[in-house]
Design a protein around this ligand. Structure first.
Ligand SMILES: [Fe+2]
Length: 208
């Protein structure tokens, strides 16, 4: 499947399935037959930090810039306490991802494809950016992903990643291919009549 087909299939799939990063289930059965509590069922699970995190990414909504190629998306959601319903204001949401060729900006003062936002009084955060490309981890491509680091003085720090539905490289990825990542594999949705794309990722932080 080439990249264009991936985007189209992902978008179509979004109409059939609705999944958020913080799903509120009253009761979720595990594979072992146990039952998760509501808090466990909506927990935002962690993922690896990876080698490309840089502190100090600028506070900005719009990560796009002149000459940039790629499919523009709005990435948005809410930051909640661990009950997945109480909004957290002023949580620091940092994101970073590679460009369409799979490269991270690890040195420039532009901090390309990197940004920081503070959640507002309703817990809302948002970024305008592009869908990342892919890079190899050993012999395998990692699925397309966006890294997150979320911090707040009253909550446990969360480092995580999001992935996109129907990405053929998810299954064999050591991190995305696990049950731990299940609720972080997200649909890409058509935002409006102009064909703009959106991804929604709600986050719950464990209380300290
Ligand atoms: Fe990465």
């Amino acid at each position: 499947m080439d990249r264009k087909e991936f985007i189209i299939n992902s978008t179509l799939a979004a109409f059939a399935v609705s999944i958020s990063g913080c799903k509120k289930d009253e009761e979720t059965t595990t594979t072992s037959g146990g039952v998760l509590t509501p808090v466990e069922a909506c927990e935002t699970t962690s993922d690896i930090l990876g080698p490309f995190y840089r502190a100090g990414a600028p506070d900005r909504y719009d990560l796009t810039f002149a000459g940039l190629t790629g499919n523009v998306i709005e990435l948005k959601g809410k930051v909640f306490k661990e009950d997945c319903s109480t909004p957290i204001e002023n949580a620091l949401v940092e994101i970073w991802h590679c460009d369409t060729a799979g490269a991270y900006d690890n040195s420039s003062s532009d901090f390309k494809h990197r940004g920081t936002r503070s959640s507002d009084v309703n817990g809302d955060y948002a970024f305008k950016t592009i869908l990342p490309g892919k890079y190899k981890n050993g012999t395998l491509y990692r699925p397309s992903h966006i890294h997150f680091k979320i911090t707040h003085p009253d909550s446990e720090e969360l480092v995580s990643q999001i992935y996109f539905k129907n990405d053929p490289h998810i299954e064999d990825d050591p991190w995305a291919g696990t049950k731990n990542a299940e609720r972080r594999i997200l649909p890409i949705t058509l935002e409006d009549v102009n064909g703009n794309l959106a991804i929604e990722f709600d986050i719950s932080l464990k209380n300290k």
